[in-house]
Design a protein around this ligand. Structure first.
Ligand code: RIB
Ligand code: CA
Length: 320
């Protein structure tokens, strides 16, 4: 089939790049299936100033030519929780990146997302790889646009355990109230929580397969993985968990993943469990499933997908 005839999936990328966000965006741009309408930064692993700067640089590196807008600088009811121990002081430490090759949109994230939805003929998929503040603010400000959203594919949560507290995963903990808005929105939600993303390990030998592809993006991705692995190696991981790329890969290749529809809610109070995502495994609430929970994956196929994806950047290079 001629790829130019393919009906594309319009997407908005909302994230806090971040090494694994950047790799998720690399995978999105590499696939002819997606049409990136807009990119929005969110407060997450670093301040909104830093994640916005990183978003501009990553889009420049990857040749993403969609408008980029700055997101909200804190959660709906919460203060930021920087994660410099994982992604470094810039939020994306490691290889040198190009200076931003585009201007930041005059619109803020919520207004840019609303505009992209209003102008799209097809319902749009939102790929959320950070705290869900911007997406929740969009839904609160523009409930009339819900029907323009095909689904929200998100990295966040985990129905077995947390990583920032024993109960809560980072993206949800940063803004649990935003996650409640998403989960109760009635929009199809696909959640890649820690259950799957901690199986999405890219091993050091995979870094070398990626580096060996040899183009500029491949080399940068290999270095991002090396940086991201440093922290995880120290706490016993066999590879770098590329959490956020699952939110893209599970759309592209659902057959690689184990997915189960469950009723999921978010704990917003509680001394120990704020930010926890709780799934009704046995249907005891009698509530209909509201989330497609991605629970497992074929690790080798996922690693191979990333190696193939960087090949799409052969012949593309920007000045750093
Ligand atoms: O808990 C994993 C999430 O937090 C990912 O989105 C990753 O980018 C990190 O900041
Ligand atoms: Ca992220």
């Amino acid at each position: 089939m001629d790829l130019s005839e393919l009906k594309k999936i319009p997407v908005i990328l909302d994230g806090d790049p971040g090494h694994d966000d950047a790799i998720a965006w690399m995978l999105t741009k590499a696939s002819p299936v997606f049409d990136i309408l807009a990119v929005t930064s969110c407060n997450g692993n670093q301040t909104i100033e830093k994640t916005t700067n990183n978003a501009l640089r990553v889009c420049t590196l990857l040749g993403i030519d969609a408008p980029v807008a700055r997101g909200l600088d804190r959660g709906l009811l919460t203060d930021p929780i920087p994660a410099g121990n994982i992604h470094g002081q810039t939020g994306l430490d490691g290889p040198a990146l190009p200076e931003p090759g585009m201007e930041l949109s005059q619109l803020g994230a919520v207004r840019l997302m609303a505009k992209a939805l209003q102008e799209s003929e097809e319902p749009v998929t939102i790929i959320s790889t950070g705290p869900q503040t911007n997406v929740a603010a969009l839904l609160l400000a523009h409930p009339e646009l819900k029907s323009k959203i095909a689904r929200i594919s998100m990295m966040g949560g985990g129905i077995a355990y947390g990583n920032w507290t024993p109960a809560a995963e980072f993206n949800i903990l940063v803004d649990p109230e935003a996650a409640v808005v998403i989960f109760n929105s009635g929009i199809p939600v696909q959640m890649c929580g820690l259950d799957v993303t901690e199986q999405a390990l890219i091993f050091p030998e995979d870094f070398e397969r990626i580096r060996a592809v040899g183009n500029q993006v491949a080399v940068v991705v290999a270095e991002w993985l090396e940086f991201f692995y440093k922290f995880h190696r120290e706490i016993g991981y066999a590879g770098a968990p590329v959490h956020d790329a699952c939110a893209v890969a599970s759309l592209l290749h659902p057959e690689m993943f184990t997915i189960r529809d469950l009723y999921v809610q978010v704990e917003t109070t509680g001394e120990y469990c704020r930010g926890m995502t709780i799934a009704d495994h046995y249907g005891v609430t009698g509530k209909a499933p509201n989330v497609s929970c991605v629970l497992g994956l074929d690790r080798q196929a996922f690693a191979d997908l990333l190696v193939e994806a960087v090949k799409a950047y052969d012949g593309w290079e920007v000045r750093v």
